[in-house]
Design a protein around this ligand. Sequence first.
Ligand code: AMP
Ligand code: MG
Length: 401
Amino acid sequence: MSALLPLAEALERVLGAVTAVAGVETRSLIAARGCVLGEDIISAVDVPPSDNSAMDGYALRAADAPGPLAVSQRVPAGAVPAALAAGTAARIFTGAAVPPGADAVVMQEDCAEVDGRVTIAATVASGDNIRRRGQDIARGEMALSRGRRLRPQDMGLLASLGLASVPVFRPLRVAVLCTGDELVEPGDALAHESQIYNSNRYTLAGLITALGCEFVDGGIVRDTPEDTAQALSAAAAQADCVITSGGVSVGEEDHVKAQVERLGQLDLWKLAIKPGKPLAFGRIGDTPFIGLPGNPSSVFVTFCLVARPFLLRLQGCADTAPPRLLARAGFAVPRPGSRQDYLRVTLRREGDGLVAERFPNQSSGVLSSVSHSNALAVVPPGSVVAEGDRVEVLLLDLLTA
Ligand code: AMP
Ligand code: MG
């Protein structure tokens, strides 16, 4: 039996083999959420474009406080101010350009205006309540770099530069094949109790579309060499990557391995992670191929840990590693395992930190363990964990977005 392959090594091999396949296209900002920037974005403007007021109040020269000062102009947001006459103040509103000559804004709560003259009841320093031109992004500055996956706040940032559309890598087409003679699509009746519903198709469809990829549905594939080969070829012809579930063990009903080898090339790994031991990686012709295990929790975990970074990189994304947090174990692992365990846990706040509560049934066939958890707690091979020990955790919401 071949040795168990540590995840870090598998990732190195998988990510080492990636070249971004997708071309760059221009998309409207609204349609660019979740897409990966295809070029660096250098700002052509200052944001904000002028020194402007952070408050509703009065703009003045700080040295003129406390007044009283004649109110010489009124500057709402969007108005073009005149230069501030010496010894006067301007009534000003949040977001309005500060009149040339003024060097501070005093909030209206600290001012009293009587008969067109304003008196200041606070100490005033030069620069108070002024948002400086270019303080967010200066002209010529790199606003966002190529390879950045666009989040809602990035869409807003790009809009603040005046961009209506951006260059992004075109979305990947990812084909999914679910192998197994026992599988029935939800909506159809099970003919007998030896059948089960195909859940992996839906888990994978959700994970793939959440990544911004197009889900290409290859349906259920029967456990014969002919059906498997035919489905793999058809999927490879229309997708940027083919993902299968099940059929990658070494049983005689497992045909994926042999057929991928026939159609391209394949590495079959016994990954040193739990859940999710069998995992295949290779090519069908020129199309990358990832063979996930069949068990529903294993599918979820191996997709998030291996397929997700691979697809992100294939899509041109620079940063594929999810952030790792620390929590205290609300459980114990008294015996060391030979694989890195990804326990499905729920994080809750306790005192000044987080506690990870383990879902009771960690079987790789129990998808409830994923549905009723919000994180994976990482237990390295050879380690034991006592209650209260620190463990690394990965937030599921960050792995599924
Ligand atoms: P396999 O690797 O094909 O032997 O599958 C391992 C386990 O996962 C078996 O219990 C299968 O019934 C189950 N399984 C495989 N594919 C699916 C699927 N698409 N949905 C739900 N369970 C599956
Ligand atoms: Mg099977």
